[in-house]
Structure formats: C-alpha cells, structure tokens
Design a protein around this ligand. Structure first.
Ligand SMILES: Nc1ncnc2c1ncn2[C@@H]1O[C@H](COP(=O)(O)OP(=O)(O)OP(=O)(O)O)[C@@H](O)[C@H]1O
Length: 433
C-alpha cells in the first residue's frame, strides 16, 4: 500500500454565482521517498486538491477518499487530524509568513510546534531541536538566528525556516505549494536542492505543487498535470517530458522558456482556463486545443492508459501513438484531426478514474483488458528510469539513484552555500521507516 492513496477526489464550492467545481475526479498515489509533482495553470485545482487532504477547505463539498497509511483523511475526526497535521504531514507554502507568526521569534515557533506534538519534550529539548533544524536547513549561526523574528530573515532564509518547521517533527509526507515561486532563481535553486537533499536523507514523500515545469523536471518522480479541475495526464517524469500525450501537457512544455530552449520560440497556450462554474462541453480543454476534433466538443475523454504504459494515463481522444514532440507524432496528430473532422474515432473509449460512466471490462491488474500489460513488465510509476531531461531549469541535480529503502541522496551538490547539515540531528523514530 502506498503512503498516500487518493481516489476520485471531487471538491466543489457552492457560491452565489453557482457551484465552483474545483476538483473533479483526481486520483494519485505517493510512496515514501518519492516526489509527485502537480502542475497546471492558475485555477486548475492544484491547491484545492492538497488543501482538501489537509481539511483546509471549509464549506467545500468533498467526495472520494484519501488514504494516508490506511486512514481516510477526508473522514478522520478533527482531533486525529490535528495530531496528524505537522507531525505526519508537513506543509510548505509560497509565503513563509503564512506559517511563521511575525511577532514570535523563529526558534520559539519551531519549539512550540515540537512541544505541541511531543508533550514529553522539555523546553530545553525543544530549543535544541529548533536550533538543530535551523542549522540543518542552512541558516548560519542557528543558535543566534533562532532568537530573531521572521522579518529579520531574508526571503530565502524565511523559506528555509519554514522548511525547518515543516521537518521538525519528521513528517512522512510534505506538501509544498509553490515553495519557491516568490524567490529569485539562485535562491530557488538552493531551496530546491535543500528540499531534495533533506527528502533523500529522511525518505520523506513529497507533493510539489507548481505551475513551473522546470521545478517538476528537477524534482518530481511522477507528474500529475491538471487542467480545469481534473487530471489531463499522469505518469512518470519521463512520460511527461518525452512522451507526453495530452496537448495541454505539450502546450505547457512549449510555453516554458527553458523547455523551449535555444532558438525555439516560446508558444504560450492561447485562450484562458475554463470557468469552473460553466465548464465547456466535451473535453474541457477543447476550446484551446490545436488538435480539436468533432468528438472533443461533445464527448469528455476518460483518463485512459496510453499505449504500452499502464502507469501513463491521459484524457485525450488523440491516438495512443501520438506521443512526444517529434515530427512523427505531430503527423499522427494532424492525421487524426483530419480523420476526426470526418467523424472517425481516434482512440477507443477506455477506463476512467474520473468517476465517469465506465462500461469497460477490467483486466487482472485493474486496467481495461485491452490495455493490460503482460505480467512482469515494469510499468508502475516507480518503473521510470531516473534520467534527467535535457534541460535544467531549476538548478543542478547530481546523478543519484535511490539506495536501500528508496532513499535518494542529493549528491555532492546537494546544498547551496552554507547548506551542509553539520548537525547530528536524527529522526525522532531512530532513523528508519
Ligand atoms: N473557498 C473557495 N470558494 C470558491 N471557489 C474557490 C475556493 N477556493 C478555491 N476556489 C476556486 O477553485 C479553483 C481552483 O483553485 P486552486 O487554488 O486549487 O487553483 P490552483 O491550480 O492551485 O491555482 P493557483 O496556482 O493560482 O493557486 C479556482 O477557480 C478557485 O477560485
């Protein structure tokens, strides 16, 4: 069982203007030591997805399940949920001041956090932990800086302090919501390096929300691309970068400066994201899609496995073989669009994890029999080779496969200046899972 298993999550907000259908059938899994990147334009439902897991969406109508070590976060009692937040699941936000109280010293805030969850910890122990954590995240002179207020820290330092706070209780999962968006490129690279190194050290699972595909390329093992509140595509990082199927994923890649690289021209995705109150008919992306076919306007494509990889799913009617940005794939897409205009089906109906009506017969592995892989073929999300894409948007990453227990080391370059841990801080549980 994965550490976190989210199934068919749906979240809507009743408002005077109508019901905002913010999240519509999102499913994913995250294992220990792995990073799931959730990417999409503003308003695609990324934050609502994770805030709902943390039960931070009051007034929302929620359905589905989110099993964290088997307990459903969506139905857990308030007390159990409070105990879990921070201790088991940590959060890092774009704005550190949303976590750090401006009127309390930074060290004190970490101490309070430690003591709130560990009643047995004395004030001295909590203080020691706070200073250790600040040192671990690369704050110079941590004992002295612990006695400063958040406004005395630079933006990057505040972000480090928030990471220290999120890690202080050694959570199993960290949710980072645009953690580096507000930082300049150099500091961003340092913070991402730091997160990667600490994640590898403590085998923490990470959900990284971002609109920046560069961050995902540098951090994520698996990628969930969201559009209009639902998954457009999901798969290993390699699938997302080299074998993307959904035109939205392709559009996102082509609209990122570093992804376009060299002399290639940037192509912003034309048009606007949809209203989540009045969703378009058919495929929610069809009004902006350069490959729109007739059926896209009326039939909502289910999220179905792409070609030979059951872990790679896409919600698009284009043929399975239309993968990536090569000329062959483009020719296939163009032909499908031509055929589509004359009514020919480009892709068979598949299964759906969006909760849409599904009459497909499932095979042994839970995917439609027609897509099922022969047994023994590596294809899970964990089966992706850890190759880096050919562009490096967010800083460096050293080669470093996962060692025993799924650990990943940040490599020798795993920290910015002053980022060596330099402390004997160990996991509260003795260092292993
Ligand atoms: N409490 C709420 N009431 C009504 N609508 C909401 C509420 N919270 C979020 N929404 C709407 O849900 C949609 C998804 O929001 P969400 O914050 O998840 O997007 P996002 O993909 O994280 O975008 P961003 O990167 O801008 O944060 C948006 O249209 C937003 O306006």
């Amino acid at each position: 069982m994965s550490l976190l298993e989210v199934t068919d999550l749906r979240v809507s907000f009743p408002t005077p203007d109508g019901v905002v259908r913010a999240v519509r059938g999102v499913s994913f899994e995250v294992d220990r030591g792995r990073t799931l990147g959730i990417v999409g334009e503003s308003g695609s439902g990324k934050s609502v997805t994770t805030q709902t897991l943390m039960r931070l969406t009051p007034g929302a109508r929620v359905s589905g399940s989110a099993l964290f070590e088997g307990a459903d976060l969506l139905t857990l009692g308030d007390r159990a949920m409070r105990a879990l937040r921070g201790a088991e699941i940590g959060m890092i936000f774009q704005d550190p001041l949303s976590s750090l109280h401006p009127l309390y010293k930074v060290g004190r805030q970490i101490e309070e956090m430690v003591r709130a969850h560990d009643r047995g910890a004395s004030r001295t122990q909590a203080r020691k932990r706070a200073v250790e954590m600040l040192g671990l995240v690369g704050i110079p002179q941590p004992a002295r800086r612990a006695d400063e207020y958040p406004h005395q820290f630079s933006g990057g330092m505040r972000q480090r302090a928030m990471i220290a706070m999120a890690l202080a209780l050694n959570p199993k999962l960290i949710i980072a919501d645009e953690p580096t968006t507000a930082l300049d490129a150099t500091v961003q690279a340092q913070i991402l390096d730091l997160m990667r190194r600490l994640q590898g050290e403590f085998d923490t699972a990470l959900i990284m929300i971002t609109h920046d595909l560069g961050v995902i390329a540098d951090m994520a093992d698996d990628v969930l691309v969201m559009y209009g509140g639902r998954p457009a595509e999901r798969g290993g990082r390699r699938s997302a970068y080299y074998r993307q199927h959904h035109p939205y994923t392709k559009g996102l890649l082509e609209s990122v400066p570093s992804a376009a690289g060299g002399r290639r021209r940037l192509k912003p995705i034309p048009g606007q994201p949809p209203s989540l109150i009045n969703l378009p008919s058919g495929c929610v992306f069809h009004p902006r899609c350069p490959y729109v076919m007739d059926r896209c306007r009326t039939e909502d494509p289910p999220l179905a496995p792409v070609a030979d990889d059951p872990a790679h799913v896409s919600a698009c009617w284009l043929p399975d073989e239309a993968l990536g940005r090569g000329d062959d794939a483009e020719a296939l897409r163009r032909r499908a669009v031509e055929d589509g205009r004359t009514g020919a089906a480009a892709r068979p109906p598949g299964t759906s994890d969006t909760g849409a009506a599904d009459t497909t017969v499932l095979g042994e592995t839970g995917v439609p029999a027609e897509y099922e892989e022969p047994r023994g073929v590596p294809g899970g999300l964990g089966g992706e080779p850890r190759e880096r894409p050919g562009w490096e948007p967010g800083g460096r990453r050293e080669a470093g496969g996962r060692g025993g227990g799924g650990r990943e080391t940040g490599g020798p370059g795993g920290g910015g200046p002053g980022e060596e841990p330099g402390t004997g801080w160990t996991r509260a549980d003795g260092g292993g899972e």
